[in-house]
Design a binder for this molecule. Structure first.
Ligand SMILES: [Zn+2]
Length: 108
């Protein structure tokens, strides 16, 4: 899996601090919040796929707090449907009706 190639980014202190700050700022899952559900976040996710780009990786504005369930269901959907391939350069889905679009917009 591609994520293994970026593993070193997740192991540094810089990410650790950034992740900690994000969870302090936004301790609840933002996808659940969209549905009116209050659930504590466990995962800090990148809104735009960073693909190893450190500027995107360490951009505090590119982070969202998710619970494990939401995070895992996104990743599963990506792997099953292959929508990850249908992204523009910024990592956003090309299909404007794709649910990521609305999530990303509401997260701003
Ligand atoms: Zn959630």
């Amino acid at each position: 899996m591609a994520a293994a190639a970026y593993r070193h980014l997740y192991q540094g202190k810089r990410w650790y601090r950034l992740r900690y700050k994000q969870l302090q700022k936004d301790p609840l899952c933002c996808f659940c919040a969209d549905r009116g559900v209050v659930r504590p976040a466990a995962v800090v996710d990148h809104i735009k796929a960073h693909r190893g780009n450190e500027d995107l990786f360490f951009d505090a504005d590119n982070l969202q707090s998710l619970c494990k369930h939401c995070h895992d269901s996104i990743k599963q959907q990506m792997e099953k449907s292959g929508v990850a391939r249908g992204c523009d350069e910024s990592g956003m889905p090309l299909d404007p009706n794709h649910h990521w679009g609305s999530y990303a917009r509401s997260a701003k």
